[in-house]
Design a protein around this ligand. Structure first.
Ligand SMILES: Nc1nc(=O)c2c([nH]1)NC[C@@H]1CN(c3ccc(C(=O)N[C@@H](CCC(=O)O)C(=O)O)cc3)CN21
Ligand SMILES: CC(C)C(=O)C(=O)O
Ligand SMILES: [Mg+2]
Length: 278
């Protein structure tokens, strides 16, 4: 299981860091089997597994429920759990209590929080309390209402400078890793070079220190619209529909189950069913 210092070393040696989301036991187990470096229990679970149209409705209970399942599936992989909407804004005390619940109840190795500004003090407090923090800048989906949609961030000089400053503040506050979502690749490169901590990009080009994608996007599983930055590496929609359609068809036609999938009893025992022989 990789630690914060292993990730720092990977950046310094130029070894790319692979992050992938997982939300349950099977996805975590498969992610661990292919040697993903760090699993993210993303609040995107609200959209890809719970069917909400944003990450805003996701609760602490949801994150803990899924975080526990992921830990059971990936006992030997570093896991970071997203702190959900409004769970790290109210006060330092609430932030610490929520961070502690995630760490203790799920067995996560770190938490992730979106934004800088007012969140910086909370990153400091979590880190000082012993909770490793991953920061998340650029397109921060929990603020979709304020941002006015899922749009690329930091495209003009002023926004780019603000993002660079925020990134440095996150590092100074103690974050050990930074997710950069939907930012121009040149800006992601500059930020990655300016920081000592590793950056993980999603829609941020190839020059970040690692990449993250959503499990269901990578496999095209239950999602029908992919963002521009997603490359589907498999198409589970097709595979699953094929398998399920065959199941439906074989049941309807009484082709399933054949004897190979059935249990039998001795004929003489069957006679006893109606009192013939006992
Ligand atoms: N399935 C899934 N994948 C994700 O990567 C993801 C989620 N859900 N839910 C939470 C957030 C939301 N994310 C999103 C969602 C949509 C776009 C999107 O459609 N972006 C436009 C860019 C528009 C522009 O040019 O400004 C795109 O076409 O990619 C981006 C990130 C990333 N996260
Ligand atoms: C898209 C990634 C970075 C995330 O925050 C999530 O999956 O919730
Ligand atoms: Mg998230």
């Amino acid at each position: 299981m990789k630690s914060t210092s292993n990730f720092l070393k990977m950046k310094n040696e130029g070894e790319k860091i692979v992050m992938l989301t997982a939300y349950d036991y099977p996805s975590a187990k498969l992610a661990e089997q292919v040697d993903v470096d760090i699993i993210l229990v993303g609040d995107s679970l609200g959209m890809v597994v719970l069917g909400y149209d944003s990450t805003v409705p996701v609760t602490m209970e949801d994150m803990i429920h899924h975080g526990k399942a992921v830990r059971r599936g990936a006992k030997n992989t570093s896991i970071v759990v997203d702190m959900p909407f409004m769970s790290y804004h109210l006060s330092i005390k609430d932030t610490l209590l929520n961070g502690a619940r995630i760490m203790q109840e799920t067995g996560a190795n770190a938490v992730k929080v979106e934004g800088a500004d007012e969140v910086i003090e909370h990153i400091k407090a979590l880190t000082r309390a012993g909770i490793p923090v991953v920061a998340h800048l650029g397109l921060t989906p929990q603020s979709v209402g304020v941002l006015g949609g899922y749009k690329v961030q930091g495209k003009d000089a002023m926004a780019a400078r603000k993002l660079m400053e925020d990134a440095k503040k996150c590092e100074e506050a103690g974050a050990f890793m930074l997710v950069l979502e939907c930012v121009p690749k040149q800006l992601a490169r500059e930020i990655s070079q300016a920081l000592k901590i590793p950056t993980i990009g999603i829609g941020a080009g190839v020059e970040t220190d690692g990449q993250v994608l959503v499990y269901h996007d990578v496999l095209m599983y239950g999602v029908d619209r992919l963002a521009k930055f997603v490359k589907p590496f498999a198409n589970m929609n097709v595979e699953v529909q094929k398998g399920l359609a065959e199941y439906v068809s074989e049941v309807k036609k009484a082709q399933f189950p054949t004897d190979a999938y059935s249990f039998t009893m001795k004929e003489e025992e069957l006679l006893g069913l109606y009192g013939g022989k006992s």
